[in-house]
Design a protein around this ligand. Structure first.
Ligand code: NAD
Ligand code: TDX
Length: 337
């Protein structure tokens, strides 16, 4: 299949979990691509996640905020950027419950500022990386499709839905070639240890209690981060402007099952599980129908979950220095809250 050719790429949030995996993967599989990684290095952004790329000849890191439209526009012009892949966001639901302001600033305001700069500089592709959480929560059956109405339930998902709608409006009003992807829960290396999988691995390693919210029967649909990265690239190259593409692996699990599997991998007893007060507004179930992406982007997930999960646990066991360094004082303060 041939489609749009990306050459000079501006990745936002490339020091975060998915962004750092994407940047490494893209440089590996597209030998013509030059890439700028633009990241504000919040608590979730860490240059240690891309340390192996520092001297790469086609890679440049620029420290900056997506809300700084002038700085972004200057970079887009100077580097003749043709493609923006927009990962940068505040991404943690629990933090958005503690305080939503930063979520609106970055996810809504930052996305608008980036769209404006993209329009001013005439970029040829803008990929808005979004989430299945914008669709809200499912009952015991059914799946989200691209036409499921938006019904976000947390300040995080509401701010992502706001960003998606702004991206949509820049396509419809100004003709900016925006492609939107909505993916389910990612797992894999370099995920910040506030999210379920890395948090539980690290707590198990330290013989700490594993806090499972509510009855542990909330369901998430898990996909390996590299499968998500492949889908984002496919959306940039093969996606049609104005379209939305759902991304998922058809891999649903109740949280408690995931936690038990992780304990088994780390070799720790299930007695470490501690059921705690539920997350307010906790979405019960996510499940995503990715038929359209598979049919129209020529994409399919490749990573087997058993293997991917085992490798992820091993990665955290092998990379204690990475997670000890990224878990700053701020993270310790946050987890106490
Ligand atoms: P992350 O929190 O690990 O990384 C976010 C990155 O964005 C960090 O490097 C941070 O420094 C940077 N950033 C934050 N605010 C910024 C700003 N104002 N300017 C510039 N950079 C800023 O997040 P992630 O899990 O890698 O998620 C990346 C994207 O994918 C997000 O848009 C998220 O909504 C979406 N997504 C995530 C998942 C998931 O399971 N993690 C699933 C679907 C979609
Ligand atoms: O300590 C915990 N205990 C627990 O039971 C944590 C951190 C989570 N959970 C539960 C809540 C969720 O049902 O595990 C599930 C997964 O939680 P998170 O890892 O916080 O992810 P989630 O809320 O599902 O959102 C994630 O997927 C979609 C990402 O954080 C988002 O950025 C993405 O858009």
């Amino acid at each position: 299949m041939s489609g749009y050719e990306i050459k000079k790429v501006f990745v936002t949030g490339g020091a975060g979990f998915i962004g750092s995996n994407f940047v490494r993967h893209l440089l590996e599989i597209r030998s013509e691509v030059n890439l700028i990684n633009y990241d504000a290095l919040t608590y979730a952004g860490n240059l240690e996640s891309t340390a192996d790329l520092t001297d790469h000849p086609r890679y440049t890191f620029v420290h900056g905020d997506i809300c700084d439209g002038e700085k972004v526009a200057g970079l887009l012009k100077d580097h003749k950027i043709d493609t923006i892949i927009h990962f940068a966001a505040e991404s943690h639901v629990d933090r958005s419950i503690l305080s939503g302001a930063e979520f609106v600033r970055t996810n809504v305001g930052g996305t608008q500022s980036l769209l404006e700069a993209a329009l001013k500089c005439g970029v040829s592709r803008f990929v808005q990386v979004s989430t299945d959480e914008v669709y809200g929560s499912l009952g015991e059956t059914g799946q989200f499709t691209e036409s499921t109405p938006l019904a976000p339930n947390s300040p995080y998902s509401a701010s992502k839905a706001g960003a998606d709608l702004l991206a949509r409006s820049y396509y419809h009003t100004f003709g900016l070639p925006v492609v939107t992807t909505r993916c389910s829960n990612n797992y894999g290396p370099y995920q910040f240890p506030e999210k379920l999988i890395p948090l539980m691995i690290i707590k198990a390693m330290r013989d700490e209690r594993l806090p499972v919210y509510g009855d542990g029967m909330n369901v998430r649909d898990w996909i390996h981060v590299l499968d998500h990265c492949d889908a984002v690239l496919a959306a940039a190259e093969m996606g049609l402007p104005g379209e939305i593409y759902n991304i998922g692996s058809s891999n649903e699990w109740p949280n408690i099952e995931i936690v038990k599997r992780l304990l088994h991998h780390v070799g720790k007893p299930e007695s470490l599980v501690q059921y705690v007060k539920d997350r307010p507004g906790h979405d019960r179930r996510y499940a995503i129908d990715s038929t359209k992406s598979r049919r129209e982007l020529g994409w399919a997930p490749k990573v087997n979950f058993d293997q991917g999960l085992a490798e992820t646990v091993q990665w955290y066991l092998d990379n204690t220095t990475w997670w000890e360094n990224v878990m700053s004082e701020e993270t310790q303060n946050y987890s106490e809250q």
